[in-house]
Ligand binder design. Structure first.
Ligand SMILES: Cc1ncc(C[n+]2csc(CCOP(=O)(O)OP(=O)(O)O)c2C)c(N)n1
Ligand SMILES: [Mg+2]
Length: 516
C-alpha cells in the first residue's frame, strides 16, 4: 500500500471518522487513499478556514479527533485563525498538510514555504514525515498527541513522495494515558477554603462545564454557599433545565470588577485565572479582585470532573433539587438584540447545539436560555471571528440527530460564509440566525469606551457594513441554503419555528431594529 493509504488506515483504526479537506496536487495520494478508507468521511470545505472551524466543531461535540487535509503552507495559513480557536478550545484536531516531494524542495518552486514554522504557534505537536514507510507511525503519533488530555492541535506535514511511496501497512493506535488527577491536597485545600470563606466562587472552565462537572459544582454550592461562575468563552457549556445556575464572567473588565467585587476566594476548576480580553490603560490584566485568594482545584489539563466529584464528596454535599425547564415569555415590540435572544431561548428544541458568535446581539441570550431544555453552547474560545458557520457544520456532522443553531454576527459570518455550501452539500440541519446590525457594532462600542465621542468619517466607515448592505438571502441561496429575511419579533418567531421543524440547513437574515 502507499504511505497515504497507511496514514488513513491508521487514522481509521484510531477512531477517526471525518476529514475536512481542501486538497491540491501535493495531496492527491491522500485524496485517493480516502476512497480506500470507508470509515473516514470526506467533507469538502471551500476555504481552509471552513475545514479547521468544522474540525473544531466536530471535535468539541464528539470528543474524537477530526482530520483536516490542507494544501502546503498556503492552505494551512488560510486555516490558522480557526486553528487558533481550536487550540483555545483544546479540541483534538490533526492537520495533514501536504508538501513538495522531499527531493523537489531545493528547487524552491512557487508553493514551497516553511510549513512547520506556520504550524507551530497553533500546534502542540508538529512533525514532517521523512519516508513513506514511516508516515503511518507519524500519523499514529500525531493522533495520540491531539488526544492527549484534554486535547489539542497536531500537525503532520506529508511530502508528496511520502504519500505516494510504498509503506508496509498501517500503524497501531497508541494507547492514551488517563487524564492527570489533581493532587489530593488541592481538593482538601479547596474544601477548607470554601468552608471557611462565605464570599467565595468556583470558577468553571473546560471540562468542568460538562453536565457531570456542573452537577458536582451544584452540590458544592449547596453545601458551602459559593457562587458558580463560568469562563466567558467556553468551548462547550452544557446548559439548561436540571443543571445548577452558573453565571458567566462578563466580557468588559469594568463589568467584571463589579461582578467580582467583595469576593474573598476564587477556586479554579479547569479555567485559567480570569484576565481582561485586551489591555486597557489603567485596567489591570488580571481580574481577580485585590485581597481575593486564588486556589487551583484542577488545572485545564487535569481531570476537573473527578476533582469536582471528590470535592463535593469531601464536603458531604447533597444534590440540590434540580430546577425545572422554564421558557422565557415571548417578547413584544421592536426586534432588539434582547428580543432576538429571547425568541431563540423560547424556541430552541431540547438537545439543540447553539454555536454562539452573536457578539453584541447575544448579550441577553445567555440569561434568557438558562432554564431552556438541556442544550450545548459552543462559543468563540479564541476571539478570532468567523468560527460560527464552520463550527456549526462540524457540530452537525458529529451529532446528526441534534438541531444545530448558529447564532451569528453579520460581520463574523462573512469571514467563512462558504461553510453554508458545505452545510447544503452535506444536508446538515443547521439553522443560521444572521444578526444583521450591519456593523462591527462591538468596535463602535469599543471606540466609545475609549472616549471617542464623534468618530471621524474613516473610523466610522471601517465599522459599518453598509453601502452596500449584505444581501444574506441571496448569498445563502447562491451557496445552496434556503433563506428568509425577518424584521419583526413575530416574523422571527414564525420563520424560526418552521426552519427548526424542517430538515437541512436554513438561514434567517434577522434585520435588527435600527439597521433597516
Ligand atoms: C480574525 C479577526 N479579525 C478581526 C477581529 C476584530 N473584530 C472583533 S469583533 C469584530 C466585528 C464583529 O462584528 P459582528 O460579527 O457583526 O458582531 P457585532 O459586533 O456587530 O455584534 C471584529 C472585526 C477579530 N476578532 N478577529
Ligand atoms: Mg454586526
Amino acid at each position: 500500500m502507499t504511505g497515504a493509504e497507511a496514514v488513513l488506515q491508521t487514522a481509521a483504526a484510531a477512531g477517526v471518522e471525518v476529514c475536512f479537506a481542501n486538497p491540491g496536487t501535493t495531496e492527491m495520494a491522500l485524496v485517493h487513499a480516502l476512497d480506500r478508507a470507508p470509515q473516514v468521511r470526506a467533507v469538502l470545505g471551500l476555504f481552509e478556514g471552513v475545514c479547521s472551524g468544522a474540525a473544531d466543531g466536530f471535535a468539541r461535540m464528539s470528543g474524537c479527533p477530526a482530520l483536516t487535509l490542507l494544501h502546503l503552507g498556503a492552505g494551512l495559513s488560510n486555516a490558522l485563525a480557526n486553528l487558533h480557536n481550536a487550540r483555545r478550545a483544546r479540541s483534538p484536531v490533526v492537520n495533514l498538510v501536504g508538501d513538495q516531494a522531499t527531493w523537489h524542495r531545493e528547487a524552491d518552486a512557487p508553493l514551497t514555504s516553511d510549513i512547520a514554522s506556520l504550524a507551530r504557534p497553533v500546534s502542540r505537536w508538529v512533525r514532517e514525515s521523512r519516508t513513506s514507510a514511516g508516515a503511518a507511525q507519524d500519523a499514529a503519533e500525531a493522533i495520540a498527541a491531539a488526544q492527549e488530555f484534554p486535547g489539542g492541535v497536531a500537525t503532520l506535514i506529508l511530502p508528496s513522495d511520502c504519500q505516494g511511496g510504498e509503506a508496509p501497512g498501517p500503524a497501531r493506535p497508541i494507547p492514551l494515558a488517563l487524564a492527570p488527577q489533581p493532587a489530593r491536597d488541592r481538593i482538601e485545600g479547596s474544601a477548607a477554603a470554601l468552608r471557611r470563606e462565605k464570599n467565595a466562587a468556583l470558577y468553571l472552565g473546560g471540562r468542568a462545564l460538562s453536565a457531570r462537572g456542573q452537577l458536582a459544582a451544584g452540590r458544592i454550592a449547596q453545601a458551602t454557599g459559593c457562587r458558580l461562575i463560568s469562563e466567558t468563552f467556553p468551548a462547550r457549556f452544557e446548559r439548561g433545565a436540571g443543571l445548577p445556575r452558573v453565571d458567566r464572567l462578563p466580557y468588559f473588565p469594568e463589568w467584571v470588577a463589579s461582578f467580582l467585587e467583595g469576593l474573598r476566594t476564587l477556586v479554579l476548576a479547569a479555567a485559567p485565572e480570569p484576565v481582561a480580553f485586551f489591555g486597557y490603560p489603567g485596567i489591570p490584566s488580571r481580574l481577580t479582585p485585590e485581597g481575593c485568594a486564588l486556589l487551583t482545584l484542577a488545572a485545564p489539563d487535569e481531570d476537573a470532573e473527578s476533582a469536582l466529584d471528590a470535592l463535593a464528596d469531601s464536603l458531604g454535599a447533597a444534590a440540590p433539587a434540580p430546577a425545572p425547564a422554564k421558557r422565557p415569555e415571548m417578547p413584544v415590540g421592536e426586534l432588539t438584540p434582547e428580543a432576538v435572544g429571547t425568541v431563540l431561548a423560547l424556541l430552541q428544541p431540547e438537545g439543540a447545539i447553539v454555536v454562539d458568535e452573536s457578539a453584541t446581539t447575544g448579550l441577553g441570550y445567555f440569561p434568557a436560555a438558562a432554564s431552556s431544555p438541556r442544550y450545548s453552547l459552543l462559543t468563540l474560545t479564541g476571539g478570532s471571528i468567523g468560527m460560527g458557520p464552520p463550527c456549526a457544520a462540524g457540530a452537525a456532522i458529529a451529532c446528526p440527530d441534534r438541531t444545530v443553531i448558529n447564532f451569528q454576527g453579520d460581520g463574523g459570518a462573512v469571514y467563512t460564509l462558504q461553510a453554508l455550501w458545505t452545510q447544503a452539500r452535506e444536508a446538515l440541519h443547521v439553522v443560521t440566525l444572521i444578526c444583521s446590525n450591519r456593523a462591527y457594532r462591538v468596535l463602535q462600542i469599543e471606540s466609545a469606551r475609549a472616549g471617542v465621542a464623534e468618530p471621524g468619517q474613516k473610523a466610522l466607515s471601517l465599522t459599518q457594513l453598509s453601502r452596500p448592505d449584505l444581501d444574506w438571502v441571496h448569498l445563502a441561496r447562491g451557496l445552496g441554503v434556503p433563506a428568509s429575511r425577518v424584521d419583526s419579533v413575530e416574523s422571527l418567531r414564525r420563520v424560526l419555528s418552521v426552519a427548526l421543524a424542517e430538515e437541512g440547513p436554513h438561514l434567517i437574515d434577522v434585520v435588527l431594529s435600527g439597521a433597516r
